[in-house]
Design a protein around this ligand. Structure first.
Ligand SMILES: [Zn+2]
Length: 178
């Protein structure tokens, strides 16, 4: 009895050891940044629950930031957002997480208190590339909050607001600061 129990333990131990030795780092496949509109709606709904304009803005801005820095998804940069810490504004963070893969949980996306933002500025966003320390700073002007509030007061459908936010000229949504 003792022998057979011991045999069992040895077999289990061997199996665990075998499993460990064969284990590899999980492979992360970056999701293509250019999603079709339907895929983007699906992705945002799945993660965020709806497709509000701030989430879409975050999605677009996040893709731009990674391309601008030439860094990879998930781990390429440290992104800091200074802005109002209340919805719907904070929906921007979820859009940013969808495209950049940088997340609150990993700590490479952080929200800072709104204090210190420049006048006329809704968000100040800073992204620092992990590899070479390159920094990109972006302002989202207060006029964006006015624009989105106007759309939302016009009884537009979620689909209409989605289309408008996705096609709105990027230079009116955010500007790079020196
Ligand atoms: Zn939202």
């Amino acid at each position: 009895m003792v022998v057979s129990l011991l045999g069992c333990v040895l077999i289990i131990t061997a199996a665990l050891a075998g499993g460990n030795s064969g284990r590899q780092q999980p492979k992360v496949t970056a999701v293509a940044e250019e999603l079709s509109d339907a895929e983007l709606v699906h992705r945002l709904r799945q993660f965020h629950g709806h497709t509000g304009p701030y989430a879409i803005l975050g999605y677009r801005l996040g893709g731009w930031l990674l391309r601008r820095l030439g860094c990879g998804k998930y781990f390429g940069a440290q992104i800091t957002v200074a802005g109002p810490d209340v919805t719907p504004y904070t929906c921007l963070l979820d859009g940013l997480q969808v495209t950049t893969g940088h997340t609150l949980g990993k700590g490479n996306l952080t929200l800072k208190a709104a204090a210190g933002r420049g006048e006329g500025t809704l968000f100040q966003i800073e992204a620092v590339a992990e590899e070479d320390g390159e920094v990109v700073r972006v302002n989202v002007p207060l006029t964006v909050a006015e624009l989105f509030a106007e759309w939302m007061s016009q009884d537009q459908t979620e689909e209409q607001i989605f289309d408008r936010t996705l096609s709105w000229p990027p230079e009116e949504l955010w500007q790079e600061r020196g």
